[in-house]
Design a protein around this ligand. Structure first.
Ligand code: MN
Ligand code: MN
Length: 330
């Protein structure tokens, strides 16, 4: 059971447009707050898009995601789960990036997550562009490589950009495999589509043993069958979930920098996250929401709704583990 200090503010008590908007109306517990030791799941903003190769904007993501997250209620409408009563959840604030220095920003992000993990907290990140996942994984995979379930229209496995630049939002998982942060045999990428430069990223995936489920296969099989395979690939090993909002069709999620048509609708976007039930999630992120392209706020609302579904399954996973990543079998 959770401590009432960590219960979100209800829309029955304070109108949802009022008050300071933290993630899901949870208490803000900064890293120097004495209550940090009591937090089980921490929601963290990474307002950073220095890895973006095309249309920028995800640096503004955490603020808009927090604003739209005031519409999230305490109970899962489909499963009845009440995650904020199962565990202590809190908004840990933002990692302060250096928008002019990619390497310094990545070091800051990893250092922040080292502190989060040292406090025994399971992190749920709101990006930020997809390069954000790399410095987070550097902290999470210190003891052993992780499995990963990755929703995206892109593999983000590219070798480099612009004549040798290693760190962009198109390269995080290539680097993560090279650095030994991911076990490629326990990685599955779902939703891949769009025009391509060439086959280099897919060839790399095949060579190292990453399972790529392209959108044609996804639509042919349906979300339940695809997610059953994804759960089987990661088994009960410690697993990271990375969710790029451009997995969703741009008709439902236009607020992103690199949209690709032909994707899942917003119902399926939630369903695949709900079907993570049983996965041993040790961390998750929702990235690439770009408020400058999200005039209605609808993309951010979908983003936080996905975060809530992931949070529910993170709470279940954490209860099953009974402790922190350090206690998990590799
Ligand atoms: Mn991505
Ligand atoms: Mn993408």
């Amino acid at each position: 059971m959770s401590d009432s200090f960590f219960h979100p503010v209800s829309g029955f008590d304070l109108p949802r447009f009022a008050g300071v908007p933290t993630f899901m109306r949870l208490p803000h517990v900064a890293l120097d707050n004495p209550r940090l030791a009591d937090v089980d799941i921490g929601l963290i903003g990474v307002p950073w898009d220095s890895g973006t190769t095309n249309r920028p904007g995800p640096r503004h993501g955490p603020r808009q995601l927090r604003d739209l997250s005031t519409m999230i209620r305490a109970q899962n409408g489909a499963t009845g789960l009440r995650p904020f009563e199962m565990l202590n959840c809190a908004d840990l604030g933002d990692v302060p990036p250096n928008p002019a220095d990619i390497m310094a920003s990545m070091e800051r992000i990893t250092a922040f997550y080292d502190q989060v993990l040292a406090a025994g907290i399971t992190p749920l990140t709101a990006g930020g562009d997809h390069l954000t996942s790399l410095p987070v994984l550097r902290a999470l995979a210190r003891t052993a490589p992780l499995g990963m379930i990755h929703f995206d229209s892109h593999t983000d496995l590219f070798k480099d950009y612009f004549g040798g630049t290693q760190y962009t939002h198109g390269t995080p998982f290539r680097r993560a495999v090279e650095e030994g942060l991911l076990d490629p045999s326990r990685v599955v990428q779902i939703g891949i589509r769009g025009t391509a430069y060439d086959n280099e990223d897919r060839d790399f995936a095949r060579a190292v043993g990453i399972r790529v489920i392209a959108i044609e296969e996804y639509h042919a099989r349906g979300p339940a069958d695809v997610m059953a395979e994804a759960r089987q690939i990661v088994g009960d090993t410690p697993t990271y979930v990375s969710y790029d909002i451009d997995f969703v069709d741009p008709a439902f999620a236009p607020g992103t920098g690199t949209p690709e048509v032909g994707g899942p609708n917003s119902f399926e976007a939630l369903l695949v996250a709900r079907l993570l039930e049983g996965v041993n999630i040790v961390g998750a992120d929702l990235v690439e929401v770009s408020p400058p392209f999200d005039a209605s706020g609808g993309t951010a609302f979908l983003g936080v709704s996905i975060m809530f579904e992931m949070l529910c399954n993170m709470a279940l996973a954490r209860q099953r583990r009974g402790a922190t990543i350090a206690d998990c079998p590799a």
